[in-house]
Design a protein around this ligand. Structure first.
Ligand SMILES: NC(=O)c1ccc[n+]([C@@H]2O[C@H](COP(=O)([O-])OP(=O)(O)OC[C@H]3O[C@@H](n4cnc5c(N)ncnc54)[C@H](O)[C@@H]3O)[C@@H](O)[C@H]2O)c1
Length: 276
């Protein structure tokens, strides 16, 4: 292979769950702009319609389907359909996820982080816990399983899971279920990476810090909050979906062929500690 082909994903078939917004949309654009043919799966029908049209109008080879990752049968069928339409499956991004709102503290920054009763453990409902695990952990399992079913016979593939800095660092504003789901997804990634390595399938995770997306009702879009959070980030700015794209392209392409079982934190240095 020529060195200039290291990051070439032209003609690849890809699937991105939660692909119509935020980080997933950034992943979709990174792959499609570099010649991959991408199927976006997302529970938000309006976003699927709008983003599919916008990207196709821009000349990118994408298709969209409304899908809830908690419906594992529908997920399997959507994978079959994507492979039928694009003829191959090279890259799968298990990215769909939710932030269920208030953990046990009510603010993201500051020394005064008031405790909030609804996020306290004694008040944490089964419904809330189960919903987060169902989407952020069980949805990842079902997505990666569907990927393996297609990739294993071909002895080739790239699986990328969006975990979070929360897999290793507790964020009290989000709460226990999210921490547990992301830590679970990170270790699931390692287990599957070990299992699939012999089949030339790499499995890695991208663990974002604080990114401006629509998650949690779009709270990160508030400029005042961005400014406040940026103060705690060593690079003095929050992240945007574009910041993920280079890493995603690396993990999807031949260039990362010998990298597997790794969770790469991308956070402007936030997890390193406090600088100034
Ligand atoms: N934004 C951050 O700061 C941040 C940090 C760390 C990790 N993450 C992770 O990044 C991933 C993407 O989140 P984002 O921040 O881009 O949020 P986002 O809300 O902008 O995008 C997530 C997309 O997933 C979709 N989705 C939600 N539930 C779904 C389901 N059941 N089935 C299919 N699609 C579903 C949503 O409709 C949405 O379009 C998530 O796994 C999230 O936990 C985000």
């Amino acid at each position: 292979m020529k060195i200039s082909d290291l990051f070439n994903v032209t003609g690849y078939g890809a699937i991105v769950t939660g692909g119509a917004s935020g980080i997933g949309l950034g992943l979709t654009e990174a792959l499609a702009s570099n010649g991959a043919r991408v199927t976006m799966l997302d529970v938000h029908a309006q976003r699927i319609e709008t983003e599919t049209k916008r990207l196709r109008d821009a000349g990118l080879d994408v298709r969209g389907q409304t899908l809830d990752v908690t419906d594992h049968k529908a997920l399997d069928a959507a994978f079959d359909e994507a492979v039928r339409v694009y003829g191959r499956l090279d890259v799968v991004c298990a990215n769909a996820g939710i932030d269920p709102g208030a953990g046990f503290v009510g603010s993201w920054v500051g020394t005064q982080r008031p405790r909030v009763p609804e996020g306290a453990l004694e008040n944490y409902t089964d419904e809330r816990w189960n919903r987060v695990i169902e989407i952020n952990l069980n949805g990842v399992f079902a997505t990666v399983r569907a990927a393996a079913r297609h990739m294993k016979p071909r002895k080739s593939g790239r699986i990328i899971i969006t975990t979070s800095m929360a897999a290793t660092h507790v964020e009290p504003a989000i709460g226990a279920a999210y921490m547990s789901a992301k830590a679970g997804a990170a270790h699931f990634m390692r287990s599957v990476a070990l299992e699939l390595a012999a089949y030339n399938i790499t499995v890695n995770a991208i663990a974002p810090g604080f990114f401006v997306t629509n998650i949690g009702g779009g709270h990160a879009q508030d400029p005042a909050k961005q400014k406040a959070v940026a103060k705690a980030i060593p690079m003095h700015r929050v992240g945007f979906p574009e910041d993920i794209q280079g890493l995603a392209l690396f993990l999807a392409s031949p260039g990362s062929g010998y990298v597997t079982g790794r969770e790469i934190i991308i956070d402007g240095g936030l997890s390193l500690g406090t600088a100034d």
